[in-house]
Design a protein around this ligand. Structure first.
Ligand SMILES: O=P(O)(O)OC[C@H]1O[C@H](OP(=O)(O)OP(=O)(O)O)[C@H](O)[C@@H]1O
Ligand SMILES: Nc1ncnc2[nH]cnc12
Length: 170
């Protein structure tokens, strides 16, 4: 199965000069979505994660499916201001301005082995913020698993020292 047929290229979105990868066709195709989750699960099984940290919002879709498949708890990393109880917050720069990512202060504990899950790795700013949150919580960031990796966008460099697994590269 060629999963690239489930990803549509949208030049000019969300603005001129950017090239958006639309993965909604993957989600609506049960067989393709299942194959994507299998491909994301396979390399991380030997790491023995205890939790999945899913990054808002498309990382929630992959992350919750993966957590279910692996029998793990799911922790959401949300945009700033969305979680109701005390949080840890990391801010980072994106092409659209400054963003904040938060987890509940009590979401992870020392000794937890956390798999960070997102839909796409580009500059790595989002995943690096997530890794910092895991470390600040006293837990261990095991790896990032992402469906798409934009090679040459700086993601691997931003996550130096942490394994990165991706299913599709562009
Ligand atoms: O590696 P980076 O340069 O940080 O880019 C990757 C991030 O960009 C997208 O998030 P977006 O803000 O578009 O969120 P969404 O999933 O809610 O659409 C994507 O879901 C990743 O989280
Ligand atoms: N090229 C891209 N397509 C979709 N989401 C993204 N997030 C960062 N880069 C992206």
């Amino acid at each position: 199965m060629n999963l690239k047929t489930s990803v549509l290229d949208v030049p000019g979105f969300p603005r001129e000069g950017l090239h958006f990868k639309d993965i909604t066709p993957l989600f609506s195709d049960a067989a393709a979505f299942a194959r994507a989750i299998e491909a994301m699960a396979e390399p991380v099984l030997p790491l023995h994660p205890t939790h999945v940290l899913g990054l808002e919002s498309r990382g929630f879709i992959f992350g919750s499916a993966l957590a279910h498949k692996l029998g793990l708890g799911f922790v959401p990393a949300r945009r700033a201001g969305k979680l109701p109880r005390p949080v840890l917050r990391e801010t980072f720069a994106t092409v659209c301005g400054e963003e904040g990512l938060e987890i509940h202060q009590d979401a992870l504990q020392a000794g937890d082995r956390v798999l960070i899950v997102d839909d796409i790795l580009a500059s790595g700013a989002t995943a690096a913020a997530a890794r910092n949150l895991v470390e600040r919580a006293g837990a261990h960031p095991l790896a990032l698993t992402t469906f798409i990796e934009m090679v040459g966008a700086g993601g691997r460099e931003a996550l130096k020292g942490m394994p990165v697994f991706s299913v599709l590269t562009y």
